[in-house]
Write a protein that binds this ligand. Structure first.
Ligand code: NAP
Length: 266
């Protein structure tokens, strides 16, 4: 297999540091640079606790891509930075694999167009855990038969966006097959604002943030006399890395935007 040259943005982060380890232990992956706004000009082995690899660290993506030849950019940063990185990578003909969540529909539409223009592949996956992707698929199957559904997503309290990208993606997938319905009592009133969560096509999404959690989601369906609960738990960020690896390998053969890992697994 040919070596894939990879740049990681956000290498000190909880996800980014796992991605550095993934690239290090994968024979046909090569880490060629990282993007870290606080350590530009250093080598990665001079940044405490990340890696012993002496690859260059760049504070910004333009400098990095002007100097370094790479195949793939893995972005695990924050929504605004991630959007800027993804656009710039596409401009340079580098394929982005984006785990950063919080991209808007407008962001996705803009990136889709850019991929088409540049004929360059890009994968954006709100959740790289295989179990989470199956949870979304099973929820979509159930959504055909159950109109009433509430999504409860639970994450650590350092998460910046709410609801989670996975919850929104799950709601979108269910909405594709579910007969639209505004749930709950037509006269229900929130005596505390937000009590019923966010509304997505009449479905409700609830976001729990607590230290100790990593990434969890429960999709609850209800009908007369029965409920069905589909739940996935990521207990370790390692759970996301097989999906990152699959996305990097797959993006090398793409020339369009793919949103969601479910579109690249059988
Ligand atoms: P995190 O620990 O806060 O890491 C984010 C990293 O991005 C930090 O190291 C941060 O540096 C860095 N950063 C911020 N601005 C930057 C810039 N301009 N250039 C380079 N790096 C910059 O967060 P995380 O838990 O790893 O999550 C990262 C993203 O992945 C989030 O959007 C999260 O929702 C998402 N996520 C996705 C999945 C998935 O399966 N797709 C799973 C879990 C999380 P500082 O520390 O200096 O600010």
């Amino acid at each position: 297999m040919e070596t894939t040259k990879i740049i990681i943005a956000g290498p000190r982060g909880r996800m980014g540091s796992e991605a550095v380890k993934l690239v290090e232990r994968t024979e046909h992956f090569e880490l060629v640079a990282v993007i870290d706004h606080k350590h530009g000009g250093k080598r990665l082995n001079e940044v405490e606790g990340v890696s012993t690899l002496p690859v260059p660290v760049f504070a910004n993506i333009n400098d990095c891509l002007s100097e370094i030849k790479a195949d793939v950019l893995i972005d695990l940063t924050t929504p605004e930075v991630g959007m800027h990185h993804t656009k710039t990578a596409l401009e340079f003909g580098v394929r982005p694999v984006v785990g950063t969540t919080g991209f808007t529909n407008e962001n996705l539409a803009e990136l889709e167009e850019l991929c088409q223009q540049k004929e360059t592949g890009c994968i954006i996956a709100p959740n790289f855990a295989l179990g989470a992707v199956l949870m979304m698929k099973f929820s979509q199957m159930a959504g055909r038969y159950f109109q009433d559904v509430e999504i409860i997503e639970l994450h650590h309290d350092k998460k910046l966006d709410a609801p989670s990208g996975t919850a929104v993606k799950t709601a979108e997938m269910i909405a594709e097959v579910r007969q639209e319905k505004s749930q709950g009592h037509p006269d229900e009133k929130e005596t505390l604002p937000g009590a019923r969560g966010a509304d997505f096509s009449g479905m409700h999404i609830h976001s729990v943030r607590l230290p100790g959690l990593i990434a969890h989601q429960q999709v609850m369906f209800g009908a007369e006399g029965q409920t069905l609960t589909i739940r996935h738990d990521s207990f370790d960020r390692f759970s996301f890395m097989s999906g990152v690896k699959l996305a990097v390998d797959t993006v090398m053969n793409l020339n369009t935007l793919v949103y969601g890992l479910e579109n690249i697994i059988e």
